[in-house]
Design a protein around this ligand. Structure first.
Ligand code: PLP
Length: 398
């Protein structure tokens, strides 16, 4: 492959761009993970990680991809044969359901059309009819990365409460944590599953379980076997700043810095920045005369936008041409959306000009690949991005 000058545009919805400060923070010698330097890092991290989840409860950090944290959430809280209510928001919800089946759980899947977030009312109805409390947990993907639709987690919790049902609430925030407003404690979530490589602006390799008291209580009687994923030994070692096995030391250095960057910007500002970039992206899509896959405006994702191809085909050729011509990676359509959509990631370490580079690349790509569209999407996005700047409502450059 010939050398491409300038920066590659990594605009898939995760892994995302890692900020230079984080890359430099990880460029360190490996240290003794049972020594005093590591302990100081561990204690600092456990002291500050909760804020990004909106929790004062423990957050378990695994040296694993997000899939590991899915498995951890289920095996720590449930027993063989337990019924779990899951919602088919898209590809990732389907993968989590398959994982639950492999573990010996009985997932019940509420069917979805891959164009909406979860329907809290449907979850509430199912729970209300479960008078014997067979359902032990409700599992929902907060931001369905395959479709660009967000599920209303607070409404799901309210529906569980309204049905007076004791089920645990487990939520996957792998592509929303640190990008889209999320509140583990306030929304009464029992286990929040997250990963390092999306909104947290880190390389792949870490994943997380934020754990409520009710989930900790459930873990004492849960009978699904686990060893590596067990919360008990983890929390015991974490209380002293350590891990029961070798942690991913250098990514933890990166996490320390990534959390500082998010907290310095302020979580409210981080969420507003993502909302604004998503709005500008949708303005571009509309101007191109293309359609956003998410069919419910209240569920639009602020971390990515999935775009339907005209006639629902040719997305892979289009993405290939954008990569070859402009050195930009866009997200593919997954499983049943394969070749029908492309996904624009606008999360993580990102600003207005990076978004304009991204949308210009998409628009140039639509033209060079011969995809039917109207010109002017990038211009429409510029209108959105300049409207609030000239009004002076945002003082800090996002
Ligand atoms: C990326 C992603 C996953 C998968 O995480 P891995 O780190 O690839 O194991 C799961 N759920 C959602 C919502 C994701 O975006």
């Amino acid at each position: 492959m010939s050398h491409a000058s300038g920066r590659h545009f990594l605009q898939i919805p995760g892994p995302t761009n890692v900020p230079d400060q984080v890359l430099r923070a990880m460029d360190m010698p490996t240290i003794d993970h049972r020594g005093p330097d590591f302990q100081a890092l561990g204690q600092r991290l456990f002291g500050k990680i909760g804020k990004v989840f909106g929790t004062t409860n423990p957050v378990v950090i695994y040296p694993a991809s997000g899939t590991g944290a899915w498995e951890a959430a289920l095996t720590n809280t449930l027993s063989p044969g337990d019924t779990v209510l899951m919602y088919e928001t898209g590809h990732f919800a389907t993968l989590w359901k398959k994982l639950a089946e492999k573990l010996g759980l009985k997932p019940e899947f509420i069917a979805g059309d891959w164009r909406h977030g979860a329907d809290a009312a449907a979850i509430g109805e199912r729970l209300a009819s479960d008078s014997g409390h067979e359902i032990k947990a409700v599992c929902v993907v907060h931001n369905e990365t395959s479709t660009g639709c967000v599920s209303p987690i607070k409404a799901v919790r309210d529906a569980i409460n309204a049905a007076n049902h004791p089920a645990l609430l487990l939520v996957d925030t792998i592509s929303s944590l640190g990008s889209i407003d999320y509140r583990h404690d306030e929304w009464g979530v029992d286990v929040t599953v997250a990963g390092s490589q999306k909104g947290l602006m880190l390389p792949p390799g870490l994943s997380f379980n934020a754990v409520s008291n009710k989930a900790l209580e459930a873990s004492k009687s849960a009978r699904l076997p686990n060893a590596y994923w067990g919360w008990g030994e983890m929390l015991e070692a974490n209380s002293k700043g350590f891990f029961p096995y070798t942690p991913a030391t250098n990514i933890l250095y990166g996490l320390d810095t990534a959390l500082d960057l998010l907290y310095e910007e302020g979580m409210e500002n981080v969420f507003a920045r993502h909302d604004r970039h998503a709005a500008a992206t949708r303005a571009a899509v509309e101007a191109w005369g293309l359609e956003v896959l998410c069919a419910e405006p209240a569920h639009y994702s602020s971390s990515l936008t999935a775009v339907l191809m005209p006639e629902r085909k040719g997305a892979d050729e289009f993405r290939k041409s954008v990569l070859a011509n402009f050195d930009m990676s866009l997200g593919a359509g997954l499983s049943k959306l394969s070749d029908q959509i492309f996904r624009i990631g606008h999360l993580g370490d990102f600003n207005d000009l990076m978004l304009m580079g991204t949308l210009s690349g998409v628009e140039m790509g639509l033209k060079t690949a011969g995809v039917k569209h109207r010109a002017g999407g990038a211009r429409a996005a510029m209108e959105v991005l300049t409207a609030d700047r000239t009004a002076g409502s945002i003082s800090k450059a996002a």
